[in-house]
Design a protein around this ligand. Structure first.
Ligand code: SOE
Length: 401
């Protein structure tokens, strides 16, 4: 640790001093984003990695050194209270999103909160209200649905907004992982409702609900759902991975969240959608595939081939119509003018750089970041409708307004 890292060429720009809570996978991914963004994009503010926070002092100090943070804290309340922090980046399990975000907004900080926004609609409503109040004081809040910032997804959004698909009829989207297939995988925090809020639904389903609504440009009006927990008892983890200090470390514990969620949805316009979120798709590691069909054309995207977007122009003569691959690496594609020459692709980590870029610009310009906490609340309401429908044997359930 030492002086915060200063991206080259950022001299003279006012600092945006970041304080991060959490240093696991998302903490590492967000750190990469904050470290890199000022080196790639010309920004109106200079991100400074001021402090990172975690409960374990030795581990968070090691994380500060590894990820380039100038200081380490072991109490998030102390981090939020620091007058040398302008923005709090929340990379913790969902059970602490609300308390940290509410405290940070009340302390006059901007906030970036990982997805899903909260573990319940009630928490999300309180966070959205607080964000709306904070906005009046010039403090802004974003929720980290980073897949909107894959260039191919942003290009798809631009093409749909331009009317290239015409009236939307279908969205079908699946987010497939397989890290829970082994019944011996331990009962970590993501498998306990009190920590994670839900299972694959909130972890993976939140991403595809947000992405589908973002690309469609409209909210889901209602859903019919099935959820399942395939393995209901799992070995208790060593304390270090349980995410819960003092947790027993022998025997088994009950899984209290969904392992998979399958649901259909109707958009406000009447377009129909199908969603699948699972951690049991053996062989699929991080496969998010979405296809949108309109009366004038279709778009298809696969996160495992994230530099590509497949487009079918339904207005072309049938003799030479068909899906064609757009290689999304041109300088006039979203975000790409800051990176490499055409054909040199990007990866998963770059979505966090783009997320940081967009948040810095929103803060500098005083405009509401997207996705906002209100967007995060809307996703939370869809997730709640999915759980309610699943509890009622897939009865169609309206999404609360
Ligand atoms: C789940 O394994 C997970 O880490 C999600 O929590 C992230 O949001 C996603 O980007 C990658 O997969």
């Amino acid at each position: 640790m030492g002086q915060p890292q200063q991206p080259e060429g950022a001299e003279g720009k006012p600092p945006l001093r970041i304080g991060m809570v959490g240093y696991a996978f998302m903490g590492a991914a967000h750190s990469q984003g904050w470290r890199t963004v000022g080196r790639v994009f010309d920004l109106p503010l200079r991100p400074v990695l001021a402090a990172i926070c975690g409960r374990d002092g030795a581990a968070v100090r090691a994380a500060a050194d590894r990820h380039g943070w100038a200081a380490a804290e072991t109490d998030w309340r102390a981090l939020v209270a620091r007058d040398d922090i302008d923005l709090v980046d929340i990379c913790t399990p969902g059970d602490s999103h609300a308390e940290i975000a509410l405290a940070a907004l009340a302390a006059g900080k901007h906030v970036l909160c990982e997805k899903p926004l909260a573990n319940s609609v009630a928490e999300a409503e309180e966070m959205a209200r607080a964000a709306e109040e904070a906005e009046k004081r010039g403090r802004l809040a974003m929720v980290g649905f980073n897949y909107r910032r894959v260039p191919a997804a942003a290009l798809a959004r631009r093409m749909i907004a331009e009317g290239r698909l015409g009236t939307l009829r279908h969205v079908r989207v699946a987010y497939l992982q397989d890290w829970l297939v082994d019944p011996q995988f331990p009962l970590t925090w993501r498998l306990r409702k009190e920590a994670a809020g839900s299972g694959s639904l909130g972890d993976l389903g939140a991403h595809i609900v947000d992405l589908a609504q973002y690309l469609a440009g409209e909210p889901l009006a209602g859903v019919s759902a099935l959820t399942e927990t395939f393995v209901r008892e799992r070995p208790l983890p060593a304390k270090a991975t349980s995410g819960l200090s003092g947790a027993p470390t022998s025997g088994t514990g009950r899984v209290t969240v969904d392992d998979a969620a399958l649901f259909t949805g109707r958009f406000a316009s009447g377009a129909l959608a199908s969603f699948e979120a699972t951690r049991y798709a053996t062989g699929r590691k991080n496969s998010l595939r979405i296809e949108l069909n309109g009366e004038r054309g279709s778009l298809a995207f696969d996160l495992e081939r994230l530099n590509e977007l497949h487009y079918h122009d339904g207005t072309e003569p049938s003799t030479h119509a068909g899906f064609r691959r757009i290689l999304v690496t041109e300088p006039d594609h979203p975000y790409l003018d800051a990176w490499w020459p055409p054909g040199h692709g990007l990866g998963y980590e770059h979505t966090f750089v783009h997320q940081a870029r967009d948040l810095v610009h929103a803060i500098a310009e005083g405009t509401r970041p997207e996705p906002s906490f209100a967007d995060g609340l809307q996703v939370q309401r869809v997730l709640a409708a999915v759980e309610e429908s699943a509890e009622k044997n897939s009865v169609y359930t309206p999404v609360a307004a």
